[in-house]
Design a protein around this ligand. Structure first.
Ligand code: NAP
Length: 338
């Protein structure tokens, strides 16, 4: 079993730790937390707890949380580190990983240049085979790559034009906003366009991003210019062949992100997560060489199966299709929820 250390146990780290613990070819060697808060207390029931450096040990001792060591010790106890620390911190940690000769996965908050490759399981799994440093692209970029990649494979995509309506922050965060404003990105394209190009080889990508006061999901309005015409039915068939995308209908009540996330709660998903990208069937529209659709992205969880597959690619544990299938099966990703 490959030993996986998780450095940073927040929104993404705790979910990656859980997903790794569901696999039979890898296990969690431990997780790093900086604060001895309620999350650390809950995590200590299941995982070995480490701290970034020895200075933090006393705080954890005082809170009655047993720790196994510092980041250096976690590195000794692991074969790969999944770095889920806040944006920019991964860049600082890279030097430590290189000095200690441990392989690492970074998240989408880091610049693409931090790693040898950026990763999306559908669009470019093979580019991370055998690599030491890999970056799983952001939740938004993962959402776009997931639905565009099957269409690109079957019909060819010349141009992507996407408007990203972004959630303001995650559900457990009371410190960020906006809470009463709409905040557009003031640069064309937004940073998502070059990011998408790191995993999906489409010549022309334009994106604009707008932050709105919600915590549930992002919504993307996508317009593709196709090489070969794809009807709405063709697109839906292509997505139906991939379990990490599912096509839903607004007609049975799932007409907004509120009901989509409610569905995830109702079906008893871990942490009420929705790993799949939900595309509204009614929105899929084909006209000439254009294909348009609207999709919803659960930002807290869509990148989680990607991290598991990135580990398998780096360590050549399984080829692309088998890894995706194994991850999907273990996490209950079945393609059609209801
Ligand atoms: N949230 C999303 O929707 C989302 C989606 C996709 C990708 N990402 C990316 O994933 C990465 C992590 O984001 P996140 O949302 O999970 O952040 P987060 O919820 O703020 O969690 C970050 C975690 O890192 C820990 N941490 C802080 N400083 C640390 C240090 N010096 N050493 C070790 N751990 C440290 C924090 O621990 P304490 O709690 O103990 O301080 C916290 O648990 C970022 O690159 C982000 O861009 C985020």
């Amino acid at each position: 079993m490959l030993r996986v250390g998780i450095n940073g146990y927040g929104t993404i780290g705790k979910r990656v730790a859980h997903a790794v613990s569901l696999q039979d070819d890898m296990k969690v060697s431990g997780i790093v937390k900086t604060k001895p808060d309620y999350i650390s207390k809950i995590a200590s029931r299941e995982f070995n707890i480490y701290v970034p450096d020895r200075a933090a040990e006393k705080k954890f001792d005082d809170a009655g949380i047993k720790i196994k060591g510092d980041l250096g010790k976690l590195i000794e106890d692991s074969e790969v580190i999944v770095d889920c620390t806040p944006e920019g911190k991964g860049e600082e940690n890279l030097k430590t990983y290189k000095d200690k000769k441990i392989r690492a996965i970074f998240q989408g908050g880091e610049e693409a240049g931090i790693a040898e490759s950026s990763f999306n399981a559908y669009s470019n799994f093979n580019e991370s085979i055998g690599k030491s440093f890999v970056r799983v692209v952001s939740c938004n970029t993962t959402g776009l790559a997931r639905t565009i990649s099957p269409l690109n494979d079957q019909f060819g995509v010349k141009r992507v034009n996407a408007t990203l309506i972004r959630r303001a922050t995650d559900q457990n965060d009371s410190s960020k906003g906006p809470i009463n404003a709409v905040e557009p990105s003031l640069k064309f394209p937004s940073h998502h366009a070059p990011d998408l190009k790191t995993v999906l080889h489409v010549p022309d990508v334009e994106t604009v991003a707008i932050k709105v006061p919600t915590t549930l999901m992002h919504v993307h309005v996508v317009e593709l210019t196709m090489d070969r015409k794809a009807t709405a039915e063709d697109a839906i068939n292509a997505w139906n062949q991939r379990k990490r995308v599912f096509v839903i209908s607004g007609k049975d009540g799932r007409s907004s992100t509120a009901q989509i996330m409610d569905m995830a709660r109702e079906i008893g998903r871990d942490r009420s997560d929705l790993y799949e990208i939900a595309v509204w069937k009614e929105s899929v529209n084909s006209s000439g060489e254009k294909l348009r659709y609207v999709q919803a992205v659960h930002q807290e969880s869509d990148v989680v199966p990607e991290n598991v597959d990135a580990i398998r690619a780096m360590f050549q544990l399984l080829p692309q299709d088998e890894s995706i299938k194994k991850t999907d099966h273990s996490m209950g990703i079945s393609g059609s929820v209801i």
